[in-house]
Design a protein around this ligand. Structure first.
Ligand code: ATP
Ligand code: MG
Length: 314
């Protein structure tokens, strides 16, 4: 089976317990939960039995140990996760507003996560990689951008493939060089996994069809547009395949896009037809939102297949 590698932020997430709760005053918090978009992605891929590993960095603290232990338990290759003494693991504090929007206080660049580098362990992991996945949120500093771009270069040089999820968080969009790096990664991607409005960040077209045509003409092999509870649509130069979402009670939306992407890419790497890859991906996205915490809704392939068999789509 093909090996998938991710690179980027490893965090713990700590969330406000109540909707509408503010960080301007004390309140109940839940967590720490293992998190970080590329970590969620690699964890879900590993749970689906795809060989998968992550390049990243944590502190020599319980937050770091929690993350490494979770990824290892899910079956991921954690050999390229560096542990830095004297630096704390990255964090994300999140509040949920009544309008369903989420607001984050991130500590990524100045945490151990910011020390990400292409060290000997990373080079070793990349030597066995067939595919690299990049999250836009992982392009948070010049150093992190350099790691992502060198991973792409290494994997592409031996005929491998690249997937890209812009995963825009407005709290980190201002990072210097991020916008240019997003464009650079997109230019080398085979699979593009935007969600909602992210489709329009990279094209001049104002409607979905126009944006898809423009992006496919730039060399992408396929675009998979995530649409939350409504499911997702796959596009390639032969046409489109739509797949409805599953009906579930949403408890916590964080992580759905990452679990969806991991499942789609894992099945694409196995040569599955788009409709089949979408079915599994929609199921993983739906299961992800049924649990509080971004990695708590990651399930192994057998459980995902059993869920798909219920056929409980919208
Ligand atoms: P994230 O917030 O993790 O970045 P995203 O914006 O990238 O998520 P979404 O479109 O919100 O991506 O969700 C990804 C996929 O997860 C959807 O395409 C769908 O398959 C599934 N999903 C998300 N929310 C729900 C829901 N409420 N009910 C069922 N499925 C859902
Ligand atoms: Mg996303």
């Amino acid at each position: 089976m093909k090996k998938l590698v991710g690179a980027g932020e490893i965090l713990v997430e700590i969330m406000a317990e109540r909707i509408g709760q503010s960080f301007l005053e004390p309140g109940p918090l839940l967590g720490p939960y293992p998190s970080g978009a590329p970590a969620i992605f690699i964890g879900q891929a590993a749970a689906l039995s795809q060989p998968a590993g992550l390049i990243g960095a944590v502190g020599d603290d319980d937050f770091g140990r929690l993350n490494i232990e979770r990824l290892r338990t899910l079956g991921a290759d954690v050999s390229a996760i560096a542990v830095h003494k004297g630096h704390a693991t990255g964090t994300a504090f999140v509040t949920y507003r009544a309008d369903a929007s989420r607001h984050f206080v991130f500590n990524i660049r100045n945490s151990a996560a910011g020390l990400i580098e292409t060290n000997a362990a990373a080079i070793n992991l990349l030597a066995g990689a067939d595919h690299v996945h990049v999250m836009g949120s992982s392009l948070f500093s010049d150093r992190a951008i350099a790691v992502a771009l060198s991973a792409i270069e290494t994997v592409k040089a031996k005929g491998g493939t690249v997937s890209f999820d812009p995963n825009i968080r407005r709290e980190i969009m201002q990072a210097s060089g991020m916008r240019a790096a997003l464009d650079q990664v997109l230019a080398q991607a085979d699979i593009f996994l935007p969600s909602g409005e992210e489709l329009f960040l990279f094209s001049s077209a104002r409607d979905e069809k126009g944006a898809v045509e423009e992006l496919l003409a730039r060399g992408l092999s396929c675009i998979v547009l995530k649409k939350g509870a409504a499911g997702a649509v796959y596009h390639d130069r032969h046409g489109a395949v739509a797949s409805s979402g599953y009906a579930v009670d949403e408890v916590d939306p964080t992580g759905a896009g990452d679990c969806f992407g991991a499942a789609f890419v894992s099945f694409w790497l196995r040569g599955a037809a788009p409709a089949e890859a979408l079915r599994i991906a929609n199921a993983c996205g739906a299961l992800a939102v049924t649990r509080k915490g971004p990695m708590e809704g990651i399930f192994p392939l057998e459980a995902v297949e059993a869920f798909v068999a219920t056929g409980n789509t919208r």
